[in-house]
Design a protein. Sequence first.
Length: 265
Amino acid sequence: MAALQPRLRPTSATPGAGPAVRLHNFVRRFGDNTVIAGLDLSIAPGEFVALLGASGSGKTTLLRTLAGLDAAGDQDVHTPDARAVVFQDARLLPWKKVWRNVALGLSGGNVRTRAEAALKEVGLGHRLDAWPTTLSGGEAQRTALARALVREPGLLLLDEPFAALDALTRLKMHDLVLSLWREHSPAVLLVTHDVDEAVALADRVLVLDKGRIAAEEKITLERPRAPDARFQAIRRRLLGHLGVEAAPAHGEGHLVAFPTGEVVL
Ligand SMILES: Nc1ncnc2c1ncn2[C@@H]1O[C@H](COP(=O)(O)OP(=O)(O)OP(=O)(O)O)[C@@H](O)[C@H]1O
């Protein structure tokens, strides 16, 4: 991935060696449209950060920049060398078996063994030789997570990876991501529209608005996080930052509609 973006200057993800990610006064324009307007961002090694924001606020642009998939020019963008991205769709190659999808691009020895270990870690040790078309949505996303983690990334970028999954599978994926994160300790940036997902998972939640960080919540609640009063207070504050009136909690039978039309159960 570094080859795609030679102007990104990698930093070490070793704890104590400074942030895993650092952007200073970052700007991204598409023609006359200034999507990111002088953004400062720092993510510590091993920190789990979630990014919320209305549609078009620049979340994916920021994630793509950190992934090295979007031009940063000569700007001050520091990331670890090893980065991996999981998108909303698993993006598996249908003509390669599951383990070969995970092994794709790996160099060195023991490629099959490493892919197998990663697939076992995500609970797919029994699907190594399956074809991607035979996987469920959740299994496909597990495969995408295995493909990301087998590279031992210092930065794991998650672009709404659970948005297309049913609610139960999504909750299982939350548990899986937390256990993988504990095991491998990458810095994580999770882009999501789901406020509850952000509060359940992250150490810190950022709200992006018109390419700027409009609000930030540090979350020190112990994991696993029950939707208790403290959880709800954070949730309500974040919804407020997103321009949504204090809304009923999960399970109260209501929907939260964002001004942009997205709906979170
Ligand atoms: N390649 C591109 N060329 C031109 N404009 C772009 C390009 N990529 C993104 N944009 C514009 O940048 C703005 C931010 O887009 P981005 O996808 O980063 O938003 P987002 O917050 O991820 O939105 P969503 O939640 O809908 O995915 C939008 O106005 C979009 O049209």
